[in-house]
Design a protein around this ligand. Sequence first.
Ligand code: NIG
Ligand code: FE
Length: 378
Amino acid sequence: MSTAIINIGELTSWDAERPVRSDAALVIEDGIVAWVGDARDVPAADEVIDADGAAVIPGFVDSHTHLIFAGDRSAEFAARMAGEPYVAGGIRTTVAATRAAGQAELTRLATARLAELRAQGTTTVEIKSGYGLDVATEELLLQVASQLTDETTFLGAHVVPPELSASDYVELVTGEMLDRCAPYAKWVDVFCETGAFDADQARAVLSAGAAVGLIPRVHANQLGYGPGVQLACELGASAADHCTYLSDADVSALAETGVVAGLLPGVEFSTRHPYPDARRLLDAGVRISIATDCNPGTSYTSSMAFCVALAVREMGLTPSEALHAATVGGATSLRREDVGHLRVGARADLVILDAPSHVHLAYRPGVPLVRTVLVAGR
Ligand code: NIG
Ligand code: FE
């Protein structure tokens, strides 16, 4: 079964020689990109989709979400907008609501959120646990997540639950909880921050996860300067996400190790912290990703286009750099080579925009510009 997409006004494939080309066409065979070239040279195919001059981009790769939770924290958001600061402890509000919801309700909520992401052009998504904080609920969250994506992350070490001391909880996370959750997870994550876990606790969690085959990623330097980024670099983590407060030594360590700096501007939008300086990172040779961090506390957006627009307006990126971070960057963060681009051999995950150019993602913020989404050609 082959499908040709013809009359593409602007195709972003991230091909090395022609990353963005005009007047293009693309052919999909069995869910994989089989041919990319000039519109006039397109080979015959079983089915034709006419893009009618629109732009085509790779599907977004959202490398950081907390999609599985119950409850609502809009009152906390409203209080912040009236001047209250964000505190990590708000996570416990969502934990209480999530523990009270059953598997069916959590699945229903997460499936609806995933549909919301998909409708906005996200075709690969990472999903974390972290709103259970007991063995049974963390395991349940990862069971639900693994029904929805291959990119599942064990974040038992989100905060310490009210019923345990920090040391008892770290013992649980690195012991029984890890044993029960690891079969459903690819990644292990920790919130390394004042009010959550310190460097030694975070190192213990990530090392225990790595010992059973999970790959580390870290919530690092979100609310203030701290050890998270250095720890991610020390342990060879795939990503240090947030990276809002970085010393020069943090930036150098990221550049030297190749750890991907994950930027989550929905968080700064929703907490009124300063935006991370993406320009400084790119200029230093750091690999970056942009993701939504979709969660009820600090960033309840499912829109990668919104995050791209923020990155352009507030973080010093060009529209092309921001789109690259939201596609290739996310794929790099998830150690995936089959998504995030549309070169021959890629999974045919793509978005036909209701716009002539990818620039419109930032030029027309808040406007629904997704016309068609294909995942593996369907
Ligand atoms: O990525 N930083 C830690 N976790 C989430 C916030 C969770 C919450 O407040 O519910 C984040 O921002
Ligand atoms: Fe997060």
